[in-house]
Design a protein around this ligand. Sequence first.
Ligand code: G3H
Length: 542
Amino acid sequence: MNPSIQLSQFFPSPEDIPSEHRLETPIHQRAYVVNGQLATWSGDMKRVLSPICVRATDGSVSQVEIGSYPVMGVAESDSILEAAGQAYDSGRGEWPTMPVSKRIECMQEFVRQMAAQRDLVVKLLMWEIGKSLADSRKEFDRTVEYIQATIVALKAQDNENSRFTVVEGTIGQVRRTPLGVVLCMGPYNYPLNETFCTLIPALLMGNTVVLKPPQYGTLLFWPLLEAFRTAFPKGVVNTIYAPGELVVPRMLASGKVNVLALIGSSRVADHLKKQHPKSHRLRAVLGLDAKNAAIVLPDADLDVAVKECVQGALSFNGQRCTALKMLIVHQSIVAEFIRRFTEEVRKLKVGMPWEAGVNITPLPGPHRTAYMTEAITEAVDKGAVVVNANGGEHCATLFYPAVVYPVREGMRLFREEQFGPVVPVMTFDDVKEALDYVMTSDHGQQVSIFGTDPDEIGALVDPLVNQVCRVNINCQCQRGPDVFPFAGRKDSAEGTLSVADALRAFSIRSMVALKETEKSKQLLNAIVRDHSSNFINTGFIL
Ligand code: G3H
């Protein structure tokens, strides 16, 4: 029996928080952006409790209150949606008709202002979602890089289309055009990055946006509100803070949302899509549930497999859509795999987000530690064992990673997406059993295979690529590099979100066509020469 670790000791007393990482005063955000104004909310506010707790002198711990944000209602959501609709103005608005080069200038201005807010946004990422300082910085910087890469991709796309094509006596020019109003909702685990992975391409393609930040990870958008307001024409970016179940179905039911961009659960996505009165008019760009598996073959290099599986399962406490959420290990090596795996888990550093090298940080709230505990208890009741020392111990929002083995059909951990620091392990004798797990799953995002036999890996890849959208060989599942397609099958996604694919997701091809006659050519030449159209032009964006 291992002695219990005192998880409460990892929470600081208020005076132990390093001064450079403190949030000096709570942020009571009453501002929101609507129709080019920074409006002030005077109604109810929602308290924001940090995942980070502080320890009192009597040893008790409590979550730190870091601020509050508005709790708006349907009247506000109606007017915010109206503002986005007016800015789009059925495609006649300043933004959807603006030359691409000018939209890029606006975006560059936004990035300039955003970069100036890096320190505060990073600090809020740490305090609002408990992400480590290193990963919070990475999230911010990766997002800025994503914006720049998207601009490069847009220039390439637009330049490619800056010409006429003549086919069978018809002159055509084809460009990508916006879709309308985009409702943009990101997740709490990557609140900045994943929200911007839809927001930025949506804007660059000429759509107008209603942005609803995630429940955890709201205040970190506050330092960016002024940039949203000033970098883009009025009404192009609008922000809403309201209970999702109250306002989001209503926005969709109005028929005024053209694109639903949601990184969340398939249950919510299905419900929302059904609200639209003309479902064929709604485009959905969705990143949803996932339960990525790692298949560890008998000849796998265990040093590599263990290292990648620990990172894959437990970085940011397993709170990644791409996390490895089921390890399927060959029977012949499972004992050695578990021995090495739990040894590596033991080395993970538990602590507060600002601590150097920290791996395990607090979860968003005690409801998450309660969920992990219930799932483990259920598995243990059905015959599984927590095989690592201290696995599953918890205190307030801190949860020590638990490795649970053997996990079988019928346990919640077998199929449910745990989205936290619990690692289910199961075994297989015949590789068909591992394959069956993936085939019969409701999820279809990615899989990892660990092995060295080219024939066996080759034979596994062929069916797996038809079940998921990325097969990782001897490495963990992950989204990046962001230029690669990020997609999923079944309940895991709708649409593809790479840098270039996202530009396509938020636009549709439209074209002008003329009969190939002298008069047509003269007309086109005059339009191009006199810059009479932003669509019909042959300009090159450098
Ligand atoms: O939560 C889902 C993220 O898109 C995963 O990104 O694989 O880079 O952690 P990541």
